[in-house]
Write a new protein. Structure first.
Length: 281
């Protein structure tokens, strides 16, 4: 009888453990410890460390409201799903803080941080989850792109000669979404708005929808070339993570369809009209 009672008691303890629900604060703390970063709900402009400029912490043309972790469960789940894609230790090499802010603007980034929007009214629609899941890849890729001058120059050489960037990020965010122009190498209409947004969009597909990107690269030569540049930016970011990224791109089949651009021509515009000759005696 005692044995049966013990078994029943143990079973009840097991059920209780299984029914425990992690709070949003606990989830944020766990992710912070796992990836060695902070997850905050402050406005970057107000809370980012003083050794960075105020301009870096400002979200231009975006009205930011303070949100709370309690209303960001789906955003936290999206963040967790996205972070798990990357090699161990990589995230903390690139950023030290993820801000969750109340703004319907997708996200942005600074020198060592990224910010993702969370709209309470979107809870239950999966919009906050998707925005965070894709937003992590999108914003992190800006820091990778900015760290690779070769990728920036090569990417520019692959853009149409008549391509023009949007006048501002605000214009890019508020413009009407049109169909992607795959034949020109753009995975989304938003990607057309700036070279950085174009690269960011490739990051979204490479880490969130690799199957779709593999299919597109196998169909459109210009996408295959841009994909090659994208892969190079990540594999050459740090020798420490080179093998990890090479394995990821191989495992997803993206390396198989990437085509290295041939005979890349780069034009450097140098304005010397204000330079005065100096005679050295």
């Amino acid at each position: 009888m005692k044995n049966k009672a013990f078994v029943l008691f143990s079973f009840l303890l097991f059920l209780n453990a299984c029914s425990y629900l992690e709070s949003e604060t606990e989830q944020a703390e766990r992710l912070g410890k796992t990836y060695q970063l902070n997850i905050k709900t402050d406005d970057p402009k107000q809370s980012y460390p003083k050794d960075f400029t105020e301009e870096e912490g400002s979200l231009v043309n975006v009205e930011v409201t303070i949100t709370s972790l309690d209303s960001a469960a789906e955003t936290l789940d999206g963040i967790e799903s996205a972070l798990g894609v990357y090699p161990e230790g990589f995230i903390s090499e690139v950023i030290d803080t993820i801000y969750i802010v109340g703004a319907a603007a997708g996200g942005t980034y600074g020198s060592r941080w990224i910010a993702l929007s969370n709209v309470a009214q979107w809870n239950g629609t999966k919009a906050n989850y998707e925005n965070a899941y894709r937003g992590i890849h999108h914003e992190l890729s800006s820091l990778i792109f900015n760290n690779s001058p070769f990728s920036v120059m090569t990417w520019q050489s692959l853009l149409n000669r008549d391509w023009k960037a949007a006048a501002s990020n605000f214009e890019a965010l508020t413009k009407d979404e049109l169909a992607p122009d795959y034949s020109a190498g753009f995975l989304s209409d938003y990607g057309k708005t700036s070279m950085g947004n174009d690269f960011n969009t490739y990051a979204e597909f490479a880490f969130a929808e690799p199957e779709k990107l593999r299919e597109l690269a196998a169909t459109y030569p210009i996408i295959a070339k841009k994909l090659s540049v994208f892969i190079t930016a990540y594999t050459q970011f740090s020798a420490k993570y080179q093998q990890n990224f090479e394995e990821y791109f191989t495992r997803t089949g993206l390396s198989d369809v990437a085509v290295e651009p041939e005979n890349v021509e780069m034009t450097i515009h140098l304005d010397v009209s204000s330079v005065k000759p100096k005679i050295i005696r």
